[in-house]
Design a protein around this ligand. Structure first.
Ligand code: PMP
Length: 283
């Protein structure tokens, strides 16, 4: 297979990995995951914009413009003969003798890879719904940055899996924030509710698109934080992410437990999200 290294697509296995790269030493870097449908990246512009925002928040230098990244992604997809799947792109601050203090304007190190995904594998979760595990949000206070530091998320996901759950739902002092790798929505009396895009969550691209679709369908939306209590009393619950799209939640486990039906608002948004993918990724 082929991978991305700086601004080249090269055979995998030939990337020099430097142990003094700050990505390894401090998790000092950022990433994006873009889904590819029918060989075409979905919402590339939105992902690139967030990548740039993350880089600015951490004072990482951005070595290439959007056209260069787009060309590299297309080449990565093409060389790997990928039809459906995901592209991962990461950028670390670069290589320097180990010191917490970073110098500005270091030479960033860009790497990436493509991974084919069978679309059936996500269809099942989308039609049957997923089980989730309620857990405390132990992460830092800059979750808006898509940084490589994911230990809180990683620990939450492991815990969820130990209870046969596909995703964790995190709460901070009883306020639901987001999943370990997804955003969380509830529906109550026809109104959609999700945590506002503050420093406490990652403003998911799927989240943003779902909010736009809801607006277009005239579904009332409140970008307001909600409590674990409201989560328990919700009519519908679903999660959104690049790799899961819109996935209904049918069960909550943990200190609080609840079962949910897959409801009409979730189904409508799920269907319209798929239509949008189709519209944007067919020639
Ligand atoms: N929150 C977190 C913590 C995530 O890791 C992700 C997925 N990367 C999301 C939300 C969903 O974001 P997106 O829709 O852009 O994939």
């Amino acid at each position: 297979s082929y991978v991305l290294y700086h601004d080249q697509i090269i055979k995998s296995g030939s990337i020099p990995v430097d142990p003094e790269d700050r990505g390894y030493l401090f998790g000092d870097g950022i990433y994006e995951v873009v889904f590819v449908y029918n060989k075409k990246p979905f919402a590339f512009q939105e992902h690139f914009d967030r990548f740039v925002q993350s880089s600015k928040k951490l004072e990482l230098s951005m070595p290439y413009d959007i056209a260069t990244f787009k060309n590299l992604m297309d080449e990565l997809i093409h060389k790997n003969n990928m039809v459906n799947g995901m592209v991962y792109i990461q950028m670390t601050r670069g290589v320097a003798p180990r010191n917490h203090l970073y110098e500005r304007n270091m030479q960033s190190v860009v790497t990436g890879f493509a991974k084919s995904v069978a679309l059936d594998s996500i269809l099942e979760s989308q039609s049957k719904g997923i089980q989730t595990y309620l857990t405390e949000d132990i992460r830092w206070l800059r979750c808006d940055i898509k940084s490589l530091n994911l230990l809180g998320n990683v620990m939450a996901k492991r815990k969820a899996a130990d209870y046969d759950c596909q995703e964790a739902i995190q709460h901070r002092d009883g306020t639901v924030t987001e999943g370990s790798s997804s955003n969380v929505f509830i529906v109550k009396n026809g109104t959609l509710k999700t945590h506002p895009a503050t420093n406490l969550i990652l403003n998911g691209i799927t989240r943003q698109i779902v909010l736009k679709i809801a607006d277009r369908l005239q579904i009332p939306v409140e970008e307001k934080s909600f409590s674990v209590e409201e989560l328990l009393n919700a009519d519908e619950v679903f999660i959104t992410s690049t790799t899961m799209e819109v996935a209904p939640v049918v069960r909550l486990l943990g200190t609080q437990e609840q079962n949910y039906q897959i409801g009409p608002v979730t189904l409508k948004l799920q269907e319209n999200f798929k239509l949008q993918i189709e519209k944007n990724t067919t020639a």
